[in-house]
Design a protein around this ligand. Structure first.
Ligand code: GAL
Length: 686
């Protein structure tokens, strides 16, 4: 059931909207396990997820499997209509395995062999570990292939969550083979591509090439580092593929997913193509500032959707969470439900809470679940039950719809983000800047989202390319065609300055983007202490101070200068240019996208009628739209501390209250409305 082509517009092929939680039968006694199914059924659960850390229980000694605890749990929940997502348990290999096969342990950048006692301690590159991973996956999938209550699988748990690097002997052996394949067996090709002439790094054999790690006096070669990050992504993809192939062969009707979006995995590549869809774990309270939290959650969610389209939230925080040294804020009444609607408004086609009940032992004994340690249902349970009842009513209308994006910010490109890390120049990463841009349009109530650079631009009016140093010239024809048809491409400084090997291009900047931009960069510089020596440009009739970076531009004769520098030696030279291509424009901005620059750019685009209208301009009210072939849904969410009135440009029906709405809407704090518009309702709204 894989849908080819990953795009932000891809809905999920699920038969019902999934709602439930992670569930850990290995943490509960028999009486609790007996009463749990009814308790969660009453709260509207239709699914639980199990098994990701239970390998020791599933295979207590090598080759002796015991699935009885899970069989019993699956059957009990199945009897009340709650189905199971099972996980391959490879995030926590059991002690017998690490004792008998210590060579499976990962090694960190300092050369420290990871010890048993927490999680994610085994190497994806170890053939021995892969053999055991295939063995447990085979045993589980054969056992559950005919079980009608098992509907899908999650591979492992949050690959690369704690750390992504691996410098074990097994990783080095795999690295050598990866490089051999990448460079066609020619070590000279590696030397040329990486520029090993710098600091005398020339290699005579692939076996001699180290993984870039700590213990070096100063910084490694950025091309070497980027290929290492590609190698990490490749390694985890291959490790996961072992499991996927076994699961698919056992029961082709199962869907397969993975939860979490951590570093050094290309989630817009084979890793996700091997799956049916991606899942995401949503923990909004890791933003400690409640005022920025909504924008932060929206950005993170949009970033995930950009990889492959709609997703399932496999874990959503429902209480405060704590591990050693921290305990997050306690969600106030209504917050957990509100976060769920934010996730749904921005692309979730399923919502599982983390976790069913707070465990009384282990490193997460203060990671608060739906139920407290004492198992008394309190306000979190009641709120989860309210959400469950609502989703039972409205879930079907959500499935099949995709989130509207009119203003897109480039993101979700793993290589560009990874390439930044070994040589940051003290600059924010493409992802950091994407968040700055997203934030502005989010707060202004626009249909903003993130977009992978190879994704379709259909329906998008304005596309911000946020300082993508690495540009693949294969991306350009689609951008050119979209601009000619009327799109507005806004390119940030430094874009096009590197090739896909993370080396600087030899051509005058902006390199491969030069024909689109119609201007060249005469000089660039880092603004190290802009508060001491500010640089300003004149834009939309005002002086705008810049931060971070300046570029002095030389526009071609048919390129307009939109803003000029007005400070020191730059005074009078072009700072922002634009060039017409067909019906559209390419803007080039010779500085970094700061909040102030974005605000002025938005004002300029609006004055030129190039900016779509926002969906809603009520402060602290989030609006998102999901469209399907049958209807359009508008989600209105109040993040403020007061009730607010929201004017509506259209009438429709609030799916939550099942009442008709028109004219305006009142939203309480943490209040949510999901308005279904008839198809006639959507046309005039932009
Ligand atoms: C997630 C992880 C869970 C649990 C949770 C709370 O990242 O997948 O297993 O650890 O965080 O810390």
């Amino acid at each position: 059931m894989i849908i080819p082509g990953l795009t932000h517009l891809r809905p999920l092929p699920l038969k019902e909207f999934l709602y439930g939680s992670a569930y850990y039968p290995e943490h509960w006694d028999a009486p609790t396990r007996t009463t749990d199914p009814e308790l969660f059924h009453a709260a509207g659960w239709n699914v639980i997820r199990m098994g990701e850390f239970a390998w020791d229980r599933l295979e207590p000694t090598e080759g002796r499997f015991d699935f009885s605890l899970f069989d019993e749990t699956i059957a009990r929940f199945g009897a009340v209509g709650i189905r199971t997502i099972f996980c391959t348990p490879t995030a926590t290999p059991p002690r017998w395995l690490t004792l008998r096969y210590p060579e499976v342990l990962r090694v960190d950048a300092q050369g420290v062999v990871q010890k048993h006692g927490s999680r994610q301690h085994a190497s994806h590159f170890s053939d021995v570990f892969r053999t055991h991973s295939r063995r447990i996956t085979r045993a589980l999938s054969a056992h559950y292939a005919g079980n009608p209550h098992v509907i899908g699988w999650q591979t492992d748990n949050e690959f690369h969550c704690h750390f992504s690097e691996d410098h074990s002997p097994a990783a080095h052996a795999a690295w050598v083979e990866f490089l051999r394949a990448r460079f066609g067996g020619e070590i000279a090709q590696l030397n040329r591509t990486w520029g090993t002439a710098f600091w005398g790094q020339t290699y005579d054999a692939f076996e001699h090439v180290p993984t870039p790690r700590g213990g070096q006096p100063t910084h490694p070669n950025p091309a070497h580092s980027l290929d290492y990050y590609r190698f990490l992504s490749h390694g985890v993809t291959v490790f996961q593929r072992d499991q996927v192939e076994i699961l698919r062969a056992a029961n082709p009707a199962w869907w397969i997913t993975h939860n979490g979006c951590f570093s050094h995995i290309d989630f817009a590549g084979d890793f996700t193509r091997d799956l049916d869809f991606l899942s995401y774990d949503s923990y909004p309270l890791f933003d400690f500032d409640w005022r920025t939290r909504p924008a932060n959650q929206a950005f993170n969610t949009d970033y995930v959707r950009a990889y492959s389209g709609n997703f399932v939230v496999m874990e959503q925080q429902c209480g405060p969470g704590g591990q050693n040294q921290y305990l997050l804020d306690t969600p106030e009444p209504g917050e957990m439900r509100k976060w769920a609607y934010v996730n749904i408004a921005r692309g979730a086609d399923g919502m599982l809470l983390f976790r069913e009940r707070t465990c009384r032992f282990g490193a997460e004994e203060y990671w608060i679940g739906v139920l407290d340690h004492d198992n008394v249902p309190r306000r979190r349970y009641r709120e989860a039950a309210q959400l469950g009842a609502e989703l039972q009513r409205i879930g079907a209308a959500i499935l099949g719809t995709a989130v509207t994006v009119r203003i897109a910010v480039a993101g979700a490109h793993f290589e560009t983000q990874s390439a930044h890390l070994p040589l940051t120049l003290g600059l924010p990463s493409p992802r950091n800047v994407a968040e700055t841009v997203h934030n502005y349009f989010y707060r202004a109530g626009h249909a903003v989202g993130c977009l992978h650079p190879t994704d379709t631009l259909a329906g998008v009016s304005v596309f911000f390319l946020t300082h993508f140093a690495m540009i693949d010239s294969a991306w350009l024809p689609a951008w050119q065609a979209w601009v000619e048809a009327g799109g507005v491409l806004v390119i940030g400084a430094r874009s096009g300055s590197k090739d896909m090997n993370n080396n600087v291009v030899a051509t005058t900047l902006p390199g491969a983007l030069r024909p689109l931009v119609g201007a060249s960069v005469e000089e660039y510089g880092h603004q190290n202490r802009p508060e001491l020596r500010p640089l300003a440009l004149r834009f939309t009739g005002a002086a705008v101070t810049t931060e971070t970076w300046y570029e002095q531009l030389l526009p071609d004769t048919d390129t307009e200068t939109v803003a000029r520098w007005e400070s020191r030696h730059l005074a009078g030279s072009a700072a922002i240019t634009r060039r017409r291509h067909g019906k559209g424009w390419v803007y080039y901005v010779g500085t970094y996208f700061s909040p102030l620059i974005i605000e002025r750019l938005a004002a300029h685009l609006a004055s030129e009628n190039l900016l779509p209208a926002p969906l809603c301009t009520v402060p602290r009210v989030e609006v998102s739209e999901r469209r399907g072939s049958e209807h359009t849904l508008r989600f209105y969410i109040n993040h403020g501390e007061q009730a607010v009135g929201v004017p509506l440009a259209h009438s429709g029906q609030d799916l939550i209250t099942e009442q008709p709405v028109s004219g305006s809407l009142t939203l309480e704090p943490n209040g949510v409305a999901v308005i279904r518009l008839g198809h006639s309702g959507q046309a005039n709204d932009f």
